[in-house]
Design a protein around this ligand. Sequence first.
Ligand code: ATP
Length: 323
Amino acid sequence: MTTDLAIEVAGLRKSFGELSVLSGVEFGVARGSVFALLGPNGSGKTTTVRILATLIRADAGHARIDGLDLVRDRHRVRRRISLTGQYAAIDGLQTGEENLRMMARLCGLRGGWARQRAAELLERFDLTGAGNRLVRTYSGGMRRRLDLAASLVGQPSVIFLDEPTTGLDVRSRQAMWEVVTSLTDSGVTVFLTTQYLEEADRLADRVAVLDGGRVLAEGTADELKERVAGQLLDLVTVDSAAFAAVTRALGDRAVALDRAALSVAVPTDGTAAHVRTLLDELDPGRQLLRRFSIRTATLDDAFIALTGHTATTPQPEKESARV
Ligand SMILES: Nc1ncnc2c1ncn2[C@@H]1O[C@H](COP(=O)(O)OP(=O)(O)OP(=O)(O)O)[C@@H](O)[C@H]1O
């Protein structure tokens, strides 16, 4: 079956014993796009990737890759996908070039062709200069790039990147982002999981927010931000009593609560009239607010508004952070 969706997922469920991790996950990923699955620790991102990469089976629901059913056509699906970040497929005691050449041979390319493919990939991932060095001397960022290069040897149509930049420093993360962006130039579909909202915002054509076993929202990063409102009025209160009073008055209009910083934000259209009305409503005696500023909503704000917590805050802490 041909479809313009590279990945289609419907009603996906998965439990581990008593623990229900996915309870009806649905989404579609357009061919040649970058799709980010965003969610806090333990929300089931890796489980979703492992199901889609045919490593484990879902309890219910179905999924297709390139129109092929994950269960019935498992072997054909496997030839079209690659998964990076999970396997230590790279041998530290070989050079980068040797690793890629070995992969190429495993994919059926012979002598000269394997050498040529390895050289192309080293060049593409900016590793030509390091190609003859043992991989164990590579930095974390170089290893990730080599890992990604290795996953492209077989020319997959869908690439899964499970948290591709976790643990990398800022520069390596940016280098990785450039590489990921360039992947879709050759028509590859990229499915990435991340806890970094900035990463999803920067890379993904579409983002799905996974929490509580379901996709809570799906759209472009801009669409998700608009769910919070285009602009936010940030308010810093004078003390914790004032913070409590202001957040109580805001009720469920409050977003981006930060008790430690005594700050809270509220959606606004940014006009002087609306800002004045809000300030008068929240602080009629003019004693509760220290400062205010207006900013454009971020994907962080959208995430918190949708899920009630931050992307990286584990469950127990999040309860105590609630107001
Ligand atoms: N094989 C397994 N057996 C039992 N529980 C599992 C197994 N695999 C995952 N889990 C549990 O399922 C939940 C979801 O895990 P998963 O790794 O999919 O989350 P995640 O969103 O990728 O989290 P993180 O961002 O921390 O990597 C977690 O509570 C995890 O402990």
